[in-house]
Design a protein around this ligand. Structure first.
Ligand SMILES: [Zn+2]
Ligand SMILES: [Zn+2]
Ligand SMILES: [Zn+2]
Length: 757
């Protein structure tokens, strides 16, 4: 440091200590703009020959002065380079003081990098105004530096002393320390005045000249490495009349509790001292969060806004109702505003994979920053990889028919090996049934089960099965009879079984959805002969005092049937503890046909003889197993083949023909190769099934014909009554048998009487 400046500082310090005995830094205040130090770069001439080193040039000194320092030819410095300048070029750097209105003393030490070296101006070979620039490490043999541009000192005419010399108020003692690579820009009031006023609050402290010696970055920094803080950087200013206590002093941060000196735009500071303002913060729910006094211009630190929240439908963000300023400039109340918005769901991720047995979960997350809401969606069970193959059965557990409006179809049930079960309606199976019945009084007791055709129109190949305890199952692949309305199925009932149920079930097939044909069936329709007779005998229409003769005759038939059945039970020893007629009342019993007392016998094997017969009738009886069936013994001469004959039987004007080929059931071998009226004979039974109940007294005419249609036997006459008459007259006939025959006759008589009404 130059002695003159040290002296000034020493004087200042002495004055301050006397006046207030407090450290210099006490007076530091932040109520004024902090002093800035900036650098400004300039050319050394106005010509384009700036890069010519140590060569004569035509520029005049006056030109140089006009274009360096604070002149208008300012160069741009950035990123360690001076635009357009390369190694070997010369430039000036001026140290600017800004934001200072009154200056008493200053010293700033700026360290420069090794890319530049200090330079100076020499006169070249006595050419006077011609200027040559050199730098300190050049070899200079014949000329020394120009007297006004000493090595290591600032350019006088471009520095503070020159600027203010006109008023003789400032001394300038700036210099370069090339060993430490530091520019010292120093000022001090030299006239005894406290300070000088700075035009526009700025001044050039000093201007130095440098040469770029390599292409390393050209950098400058405030040097704070020196032990004497006042050797580092200090500024003394006086405002408002030059009171010592108003000095504003800037020193190293580590040594003074004041803002650091701003150098080249760093640490910009604009602190002011002002009023206090009340700043209040209010929550979204109206509750005050805080209310505090802020010094004018000081930073406002608002409370943290709540993080985003959410419910199922929306997320909510929080913001101040108006912008909170960075620093306090006025009273203010700031309220948190809660704003809801619908979630914006992402594409979702599967958080639980569905299996074939359990559903899965897909989770969606709101993409709004900070929301984090999630929602889940159920994923359906996975399809079984395999293809179901169903085995179908018919389930009749729900099947029933009560009436058309009260019925339930069965179901087709498909079962896959995987356990999957599929049920499908077996449509209209509740209609697949016989739905009415009647008793037919032909040679046997026959129940006619009827099925209304339109009920089963949707079914094809209907098969009916009738089950009885006494006959087992009878299957009907086609109806026995058919008319426009009904399919009819005839079930012959042995008289001793009139009480037994006949269970009739109709079967057909349906297609399941996969085309599989499944056998289905309808509800069981159960009836018996006794159900029929009971329905007649229990009805006043048939048994009441106003019953018609025809109806009354039917009631008589029913009583006779039950008596006939009971006699058959006794005769065949079938279920004798539950006789069919056991429940008859006296009134019903009285309806029975009286015993037949006189019989007519028409049995005659040769009622109309022929010449040379080769066949003859040799016996007559009744088969009573199933029905009342005349059983004729036919003897054939041994040259007559049984398969060549036809038996014709005529009853009540109707003729029936039977031959052993087509009607094998009606023929049975009795005896072969026996000796008889025709010589050697073969004998057969012929059963004639076409005598109806009302025809028991009718004469039947039998005759045998050969293949050519020629009659080969006499005409034989016979009747059921003939048998009854004969059998009842035999002492060998048991009472039970006689009773049975009598009941048959009475049944026949009543049937005939009914038919004649
Ligand atoms: Zn959301
Ligand atoms: Zn399966
Ligand atoms: Zn399967």
């Amino acid at each position: 440091m130059k002695k003159s400046f040290k002296k000034v500082v020493a004087i200042l310090l002495a004055v301050m200590m006397i006046v207030c005995s407090v450290p210099l830094t006490v007076f530091a205040s932040d109520d004024a703009n902090r002093a800035n130090i900036n650098l400004q770069f300039g050319d050394v001439s106005c010509t384009t020959t700036k890069k010519t080193v140590l060569k004569p040039r035509s520029a005049k000194m006056a030109d140089y002065l006009a274009h360096s320092g604070l002149n208008s030819d300012k160069l741009t410095y950035s990123n360690g380079k001076i635009d357009g300048y390369v190694t070997g070029d010369f430039f000036t750097v001026s140290v600017l003081l800004e934001n200072v209105t009154e200056l008493s003393a200053a010293e700033v030490a700026i360290k420069y990098s090794e890319a530049i070296e200090p330079a100076y101006i020499i006169d070249y070979k006595g050419r006077g105004d011609n200027v040559t620039v050199a730098y300190m490490y050049n070899e200079v043999t014949t000329e020394g530096p120009h007297a006004d541009f000493p090595i290591n000192e600032a350019i006088p005419t471009q520095s503070g002393s020159a600027l203010y010399n006109s008023t003789s108020t400032l001394g300038e003692t700036s210099y370069v320390d090339p060993e430490a690579r530091i520019m010292h820009a120093n000022f001090a009031v030299q006239t005894g005045a406290d300070s000088v006023s700075l035009t526009d609050s700025k001044a050039v402290l000093a201007t130095f000249m440098f040469k770029i010696v390599n292409d390393q970055p050209i950098t400058f920094s405030i040097d704070n490495t020196q032990s004497d803080p006042y050797e580092t950087y200090t500024l003394g200013t006086i405002a408002n009349g030059g009171k010592v206590e108003e000095y504003k002093t800037y020193a190293k941060v580590s040594e003074a509790d004041v803002p650091a000196l701003d150098f080249m735009g760093e640490n910009e500071y604009n602190g002011t001292v002002g009023k206090n303002y009340t700043i209040t913060f209010v929550n979204a729910d109206g509750q005050q969060i805080s209310s505090a006094e802020y010094k004018e211009g000081t930073a406002i630190v608002p409370p943290s806004l709540p993080a985003t929240t959410h419910d199922d439908a929306q997320h909510y963000t929080y913001a101040w109702d108006k912008e909170v300023p960075a620093t306090a400039t006025a009273n203010g109340t700031y309220t948190i505003i809660k704003t809801g918005a619908a979630h914006t769901w992402d594409a979702g991720v599967v958080t639980k994979e569905p299996t074939t047995t359990e559903t899965g979960i897909k989770t969606y997350t709101c993409t709004f920053d900070g929301c984090g809401a999630t929602r889940t969606e159920e994923l359906p069970k996975k399809e079984d990889a395999h293809v179901h193959h169903y085995t179908w059965t018919y389930d009749d557990s729900k099947l029933y028919y009560n009436k058309l409006s009260d019925r339930c179809d069965g179901e087709l049930v498909g079962t896959c090996e995987c356990g999957d079960v599929k049920r499908e309606a077996a449509t209209n199976t509740s209609l697949l049934r016989c739905n009415s019945y009647a008793l037919v009084l032909d040679s046997s007791l026959t129940v006619n089960f009827k099925m209304t055709k339109k009920n089963v129109a949707s079914f094809s190949n209907v098969v009916v099965k009738a089950n009885t305890a006494f006959k087992g199952e009878i299957e009907y692949t086609e109806p026995d009879k058919e008319d426009a309305t009904y399919n009819q199925y005839l079930v012959g009932v042995w008289p001793q079984n009139v009480k037994d149920d006949i269970d009739v079930v109709a079967y057909s097939t349906m297609k399941a959805s996969d085309g599989t044909v499944v056998e289905v069936w309808g509800p069981t329709y159960t009836r018996s002969v006794k159900v029929y007779t009971d329905s007649i005998l229990g009805s006043a229409t048939y048994t009441g005092p106003n019953a018609t003769a025809k109806n009354k005759a039917l009631a008589t038939i029913c009583v006779n049937i039950l008596n006939y059945a009971a006699a058959a039970q006794v005769y065949s020893n079938t279920n004798v503890n539950e006789l069919a007629n056991a429940g008859l009342t006296d009134a019903q019993k009285a309806l029975a046909t009286p015993d037949v007392t006189s019989f007519e016998t028409v049995k005659n094997y040769e009622a109309v003889p022929i010449d040379n017969p080769s066949a003859r009738f040799a016996g007559a009886a009744l088969s009573l197993e199933d029905a009342v069936v005349p059983k004729m013994t036919i003897a054939l001469r041994n040259d007559v083949n049984i398969n060549d004959i036809t038996v014709k039987a005529t009853v009540a004007g109707q003729t029936f023909e039977y031959n052993p080929v087509d009607d094998a059931d009606q023929f049975k071998v009795y005896k072969t190769n026996v000796s008889g009226a025709l010589g050697t004979e073969n004998r057969y039974y012929f059963y004639f099934p076409d005598v109806f109940a009302n025809q028991m007294k009718e004469t039947i005419q039998f005759a045998v014909y050969d293949k050519s249609g020629k009659q080969i036997s006499a005409v034989c006459t016979y009747s059921v009554e003939s048998y009854v008459h004969q059998a009842c007259g035999l002492s060998s006939s048991s009472a039970n048998f006689k009773n049975l025959l009598m009941s048959i006759m009475k049944y026949g008589v009543s049937a005939k009487a009914y038919g004649e009404l």
